[in-house]
Design a protein around this ligand. Sequence first.
Ligand SMILES: *Cc1c(COP(=O)(O)O)cnc(C)c1O
Length: 399
Amino acid sequence: MIPALMPNYARADLAFERGEAARLWTVDGRRFLDFGAGIATSSLGHGHPHLVKAIAEQAARVMHVSNLYRVPQAEELAARHVAHSFADSVFFCNSGAEANEGMVKAVRKYHAETGHPERFRMLCFEGAFHGRTLAMIAATGNAKYLAGFGPPVEGFEHLPFGNMNAVRDAITAETAGILIEPVQGEGGVRPATLQFLRDLRAACDEYGLLLALDEVQIGMGRSGKLWAHEWAGIEPDVMSSAKGIGGGFPLGAVFAKEKVAKHLKPGTHGTTYGGNPLACAAGNAVLDVVLAPGFLDGVDRVARSLWRRLLDLAARHPAVIEDVRGAGLLLGLKLREGLANTEMQEAAVKEGLLTVAAGQNVLRLAPPLIIGEAEVEEAVELLDRACRRMAPPAQVAAK
Ligand SMILES: *Cc1c(COP(=O)(O)O)cnc(C)c1O
């Protein structure tokens, strides 16, 4: 018989009851170090007092009122994000896919309103992940996610990640923009080179295209800067955010330059829950923490330490780990052929560490941004033990 809860996930048999910072406890009392953070979402970890207080206080006052009215919490959150990003204006929604939908709509609207309604196609990249709505599975372009859902939404084309010649060749009179994750998350924790991002910016300027960055996973501090594109010294025209921006409370956002945002006049786009008082109270509390002096430097420092220790780990376990990749606190261990990332994930669970699988046989590490050196050391020790479960030393020697 079908479970009451729809069977569309392959869930691990773990149920959590309580969390504190980077720790989670299951209902049966097992303790875990959380290096998955709900897929890069619980940016402040679990039970962060400032976030908990902000949500509790706002919930008691007023949770939801609709965008028929002014929402001061949303005005404040937008103003703060504008002050700390390339954007002139921000639209709030509830998820990453919804943010990407809004972003692509904004790109199409811009061209339609500036005399080029024929420009509606987005250039996307192999290995991308942009979400699960009808348009975003087309933007993702992964056959597995498209199968059975009818003809893909038109207007998304896929190019090799990092290949500038392919990008230039693909630009036509119908191209509206380029959609890319600065660091591919689900696709296997693959960073674009900073030069590729700069070249994309230049191509967009040359051909009058809009650069649309999907920073749903790597943004909001995870890279060690507030937004990952800052590392490349470029600015997009539009950007999507979600996951970490609400610290675990559902919140998404479309960031845009004025030239794009000004065409989204009343009635052109909307969403019922988007940017309600409760969600924005959470968003403001997350921002308080992430923008506190020294916080992002701390993320960068701890990320570099984790990176170094993972390189050591890989050197100790060459039969298990082929490569360490990623950026900031979104890191991946690419496993040797013949070893499955899902098995390594299970081995880590046995050692008390939560991680997330990603494409290309990568084990993804996306801890809360609040971790310190102690959690890094512990996680690498647990990974070391998980590696030994994957390839016991005796077996390695026999090969
Ligand atoms: C998770 C993710 C999405 C989709 O976000 P949802 O909140 O699941 O809709 C989109 N883009 C990227 C890069 C993501 O990591």
